[in-house]
Design a protein around this ligand. Structure first.
Ligand code: PEP
Ligand code: MG
Length: 765
């Protein structure tokens, strides 16, 4: 059974489009279950009806014609109950609905299972049988449920592929189709998609239409000659070491490279206007699909060869292909996984939006995007993003949605939202030099989180009083090796100088988790529970010592440096780090630098630290809460995984209780406490944190003016009353609504995410 299941899934996976996938499903399931009818109905988002999309056993002419409302017939019943329905005599069921076009009056027994993907009912998979005495048994029901669960993702993906090219389920023109991910950075953008993809990954190559066909033919021809040459050379070198049957493998490869074999087909695709790399990808995928269908073991084995050849040809083409991507004026960068290096490659001022398949709103690239003020959608998992190259896209970073090929009306709606946001920011500029103080005179420092130099410029423009978190890993991530002490010293000096005499808090290198250095890969099963932050640098004192030395030397004459330690879960880690910092301090002074001992602090971002606040605070000068990680670890929700993004909630009562406790315990031993997670930059979050007594809030520069404007317009007593109210509640969603409502009533409705308003506006047309 398992092998049948696997082979069906594999075959469906390699289908060219949705219709082919559905046709394969019905014919293979009918066969495997030895039943007379197998059909699939999908929900058409336009009409909100179940449409018969494919069948084996009913009249084919009914496909695309027969449709049922959401609560109509047995299909509607399966969909609304979200569970299988297994009947011996379907026509006698009160919900049975008869369609003469299908010829289904002949069939009595019925088994329908819903096709559900991420809680959304996509459709219903049905098998039917003429013989009333044959009730589908438990094993058959379980088989159909398994198939349906496995195929839901493939169906969702194929549906999205059609929709990107502007086609509805029924093949009609579809406009303004939205694709949902997770909000990454707020704001909206309208621009042109540029897909950046990792090299030598055939499946990641985007489709692109080109004008200069001759040039593409030449690129491909050169790659074929080069690969042929490579294979001949290897064959010659190994001639004496291999048996003749093994040598024959090279013959097979060379034959596959004959002009009338695979290359001929690639040339045909190029002549139809596809660029060489895309044409190669299409042909290799066709071959793979074709061979996968073959029962023949030998031919199935050839899939590996075809893929290998494809990769070799691609590598040659990419070597000679000009590396410079052309970025349009309004670039929306699209990738399977966006890296900080990719962001750096887009010329200044041309990057308007980001779309990433992987990651979630608390992934580090989303945090960077927020700092840069670039609207971002993350976790667009079911969307074949490599089809977005060159397409016009709207990125809605409030709602976490994108629209491909939008209509003029939709663009007008979004243009208006862009203009409103700009006006809001301009209005806040006047606050720049005013203190961050409540109406009743309570001061709370507003600091910024930085990583790139551009953040510094923005922060100064927005009136930040210092840096609460400089993520030193960012300059490490955009290099190809560890930066030298001198290079680090230069980065750090820039940050320290820009804010002097105000404090600049530099966090020691925090890599691991989702922050990877290409030149220092960490491959682990559970990276967020693994070798991260201080654990890495204490194991590599040579990295830690160089970094601290660079920081101390950079602070000479400024003396506004503070050092902060990430991911502390044990007191001994603080003691070891302090020991190393003191050692460097004395050495650097001995070298003749006139420096002061910096204040040292600990980040509270794992639950263990929450219960040892006093012990930690006794050893250092300050504490700073990393609420992004603290939320992830308290709720056991991977901050980077879009599947569980709905469960990641910094307003969760457990998180709020922990935050209250941290502030209380730190103050009880007379130590200041700040927060540098994203919650600090959320106007509602900032109000609660201020009420809890946090001394400083550190956030991305873009959020600072909004937070300052709220703080300056409220009383601390009002904030405390709100905090007391929400601490009585037990649901994160209710807490969020309660805080939103309080802000709205206080006149800050325009600071709340306008997501719902956008969705409503769009829906209302
Ligand atoms: C945090 O975890 O809240 C934090 C500020 O650090 P980072 O997001 O860089 O992990
Ligand atoms: Mg952290």
């Amino acid at each position: 059974m398992l092998s049948t299941l696997r082979s069906i899934v594999q075959e469906v996976n390699s289908a060219r489009d949705l219709q082919e996938a559905l046709d394969i499903i019905v014919s293979r399931v009918q066969d495997a279950m030895n039943t007379e009818v197998c059909s699939v109905y999908l929900v058409d988002p336009d009409s909100n009806r179940y449409i018969l999309m494919a069948t084996e056993g009913l009249y084919k002419k009914a496909v695309g014609r027969v449709s049922l409302g959401q609560s109509e017939g047995l299909i509607g019943l399966v969909g609304s109950r979200e569970e299988p329905i297994n009947l011996e005599d379907a026509p006698s069921h009160p919900r049975y609905r008869y369609f003469p076009e299908t010829g289904e009056e002949r069939f009595r027994s019925f088994l329908g299972v819903p096709i559900i993907h991420h809680r959304r009912v996509l459709g219903v998979l049905v098998v039917q049988q003429r013989d009333a005495s044959r009730r589908f048994d438990e094993g058959e029901e379980a088989f159909l449920v398994t198939i349906s669960a496995q195929l839901a993702g493939v169906i969702a993906h194929s549906e999205a592929t059609g929709a990107i090219s502007g086609l509805s389920l029924t093949g009609k023109e579809a406009r303004d189709v939205s694709f949902s991910g997770v909000p990454g950075a707020p704001g909206v953008a309208i621009g042109t998609g540029v897909v950046v993809f990792p090299p030598a990954d055939l499946d990641a190559v985007p489709d692109k239409q080109v004008d200069d066909i001759t040039a593409e033919l030449a690129v491909f021809g050169d790659a074929v000659s080069a690969v042929r040459g490579d294979i001949e050379r290897v064959a010659e070198r190994l001639a004496t070491q291999l048996r003749p049957e093994e040598q024959a493998l090279f013959e097979v490869y060379l034959r596959m490279l004959d002009d009338n074999a695979m290359p001929g087909e690639v040339v045909t695709h190029i002549k139809q206007g596809q660029w060489a790399q895309g044409a190669l990808k299409q042909v290799v995928q066709q071959y793979v699909r074709h061979f996968e269908k073959m029962g023949d073991h030998y031919l199935r084995e050839r899939i590996v060869d075809i893929r290998d050849l494809g990769r070799r040809l691609l590598a040659h083409m990419q070597e000679v292909a000009p590396k410079d991507v052309e970025y349009p004026d309004q670039t929306v960068l699209v990738s399977d996984e966006i890296t900080p290096a990719m962001l750096g490659e887009v010329p200044r001022g041309q990057l308007v939006g980001l779309v990433s398949v992987r990651g979630s709103s608390n992934s580090h690239v989303a945090i960077l995007a927020r700092a840069m003020g670039v609207p971002t959608v993350m976790g667009l998992v079911d969307v074949p993003v490599n089809q977005l190259d060159g397409r016009e896209i709207i990125v809605d970073g409030f709602d976490g949605q994108i629209y491909a090929s939008p209509s003029a009306d939709l663009k007008a709606v979004y243009k208006e939202i862009c203009d409103e946001e700009d006006a809001l920011f301009r209005g806040l500029e006047a606050l720049r030099d005013l203190p961050s103080e409540t109406l009743d005179g309570h001061r709370v420092s507003l600091l910024v989180n930085t990583g790139l130099m551009t953040d510094v410029v923005r922060s100064l423009n927005h009136g930040a009083e210092g840096i609460g978190l400089y993520r030193t890993e960012v300059p490490f991530m955009i290099k190809e090796r560890f930066p030298s002490e001198q290079e680090q010293r230069e980065y750090y000096r820039e940050q320290l100088e820009a804010f002097a005499p105000n404090p600049v808090t530099m966090r020691t290198l925090d890599i691991g988790g989702d922050k990877a250095l290409t030149y220092f890969p960490i491959d682990e099963e559970n990276p967020f529970l693994g070798w991260r932050g201080i654990r890495v640098t204490l194991d590599h004192p040579e990295i830690f010592l160089v970094q601290v030395r660079a920081m101390l030397k950079a602070s000479e004459g400024l003396n506004n440096l503070q050092i902060m330690l990430p991911m502390i879960s044990n007191i001994s880690e603080v003691e070891e780090s302090l020991h190393l910092i003191y050692r460097v301090y004395h050495e650097v002074r001995e070298e003749g630098y006139d420096i002061h001992m910096p204040r040292v602090g600990v980040m509270v971002e794992v639950p263990a630290a929450v219960y040892q606040i006093r012990e930690l605070a006794d050893r250092v000068d300050f504490l700073s809460v990393g609420s992004n990680d603290l939320t992830q670890y308290l709720l056991a929700v991977d901050r980077n995984n879009p599947r569980v993004a709905q469960l990641y909630h910094s307003y969760h009562p457990a998180v709020l209780q922990a935050l209250v406790r941290i502030a209380h315990d730190a103050h009880s031993v007379g130590k200041p406490v700040s927060i540098c997670g994203e919650l600090a930059g959320d106007p509602g979050g900032a109000v609660l944190l201020m009420a809890m007594g946090y001394d400083a809030l550190s956030m991305n520069a873009a959020s600072l003016p909004k937070v300052k404007s709220v703080i300056r317009s409220i009383n601390r007593e009002w904030a405390k009353a709100l905090l007391n109210d929400v601490l009585m509640l037990d649901s994160p969603h209710v807490i969020k609504s309660c805080v939103d409502l309080a802000l709205k009533n206080a006149g800050f409705g325009r600071y709340l995410r306008p997501g719902r308003t956008i969705a409503e506006t769009v829906a209302a047309g």
